[in-house]
Design a protein around this ligand. Sequence first.
Ligand code: IMP
Length: 181
Amino acid sequence: MQRVRLHDKDFELFIPESEVNAAIDRLAGELRVRYNGKRPLFIGVLNGAFFFAAELVKRLDIECEITFVKVASYHGTRSTGKVSELIGLNERIEGRHVVVLEDIVDTGNTVRYIMDALNEHHPASVSIAALLFKPDAYTQDIPIEHVAVRIPNAFVVGSGLDHDGLGRNLPGIYKIINSGQ
Ligand code: IMP
């Protein structure tokens, strides 16, 4: 499928499934070298990372654990402004090698929040592995050490990523077609 319409927006195929798979193969190789023998704990960030997490860990023939968290954002009082909360982390991470699995890193605000929340529990190390990274949109100084695919600053769906709930099940990555083009 070359084109797809989700709600009121049109998307076109940008990265075919075979290329996404090849990029995840390469990333799995990188992580195997770094974490073999360290029993890493992979923490997938829901909802978007369900696809990437499954595809990545099935390629990793090393001893590891996997769990998932959710970042809930809501508006607090006027003085606290926007408040985020990390939901679902039941594992003890003190002294563990942790790898955060993100579907996409855009501004990096989510990564910043998750890193700060995890570091309070004194893990041995924390790194980020992302299926997609938009370097031109990134505003943080935390290194995104493991990236499957770097993309330009455009809105994309597929392979776990959605537009208002739709598109997560699309194989490959689709890019929005800007109206007016
Ligand atoms: P952040 O700006 O790095 O905090 O990105 C936070 C979240 O925004 C990601 O985890 C995605 O859920 C969502 N997001 C950012 N860019 C895109 C996109 O191109 N498509 C779909 N979701 C996106």
